[in-house]
Ligand binder design. Structure first.
Ligand SMILES: Cc1cc2nc3c(=O)[nH]c(=O)nc-3n(C[C@H](O)[C@H](O)[C@H](O)COP(=O)(O)O)c2cc1C
Length: 172
């Protein structure tokens, strides 16, 4: 692992958080990083709900079968995409752009000293419906994923999951 890439390898899914407040500047920095992601034709279709109210975090978590840690997190992000703004109104571009946005957000949170985990939403209809209902999302807003975050109360070593056989050089 090249040490120049250390911040990237250090990003790990963190599911336990300290009861420690998150400065507003950290949230702002993370949002700026998220919205620096690549986006097809720079349409930037992302819409990000920032949630810090414990009751709202618990309500989101109630609809995520593998996202219960969000109820014990001090910070959550719901990343959605706007079908009316995305390149060519293609759902696929929306998902790709929002996924790049989520990865940027995870990397930024990790680099800022927080721990975070991506909680899958799209394409699970029940999870999408839960978020649509909870936040009264308009029809053209597609919930893509949720990120739970906080100062970490567990550590995982940096790693890559590089597998030589998965890299195809010049030909399949
Ligand atoms: C689309 C997507 C959905 C995921 N959903 C969940 C989830 O619902 N709950 C969870 O605990 N982790 C979830 N993860 C995190 C993965 O489990 C994690 O990234 C993977 O195990 C690799 O570990 P690492 O992030 O520490 O490298 C999700 C990741 C992705 C990309």
């Amino acid at each position: 692992m090249n040490s120049l890439l250390a911040p990237l390898f250090a990003r790990r899914s963190v599911r336990k958080y300290l009861d420690k407040p998150i400065p507003a500047k950290v949230v702002q920095d993370a949002l700026e990083a998220a919205m620096a992601a690549p986006s097809a034709n720079a349409k930037d279709p992302w819409e990000i709900l920032v949630v810090q109210q414990p009751e709202t975090l618990a309500r989101i978590a109630a609809g995520l079968p593998y996202g219960k840690m969000l109820a014990r997190a001090p910070l959550g992000f719901v990343i959605c995409g706007d079908l009316q703004r995305v390149n060519g109104q293609h759902l696929s571009y929306l998902l790709q752009d929002c996924s790049a946005c989520i990865e940027n957000l995870l990397l930024a949170l990790s680099m800022l000293g927080l721990g975070a985990v991506w909680l899958g939403v799209h394409p699970r209809e029940d999870r999408m419906a839960h978020l649509r209902e909870l936040f009264h999302l308009p029809e053209h807003i597609v919930p893509v994923g949720v990120v739970a975050a906080g100062y970490p109360d567990e550590t995982h070593p940096p790693r890559t999951r590089f597998t030589a056989a998965r890299a195809h050089r010049e030909r399949w």
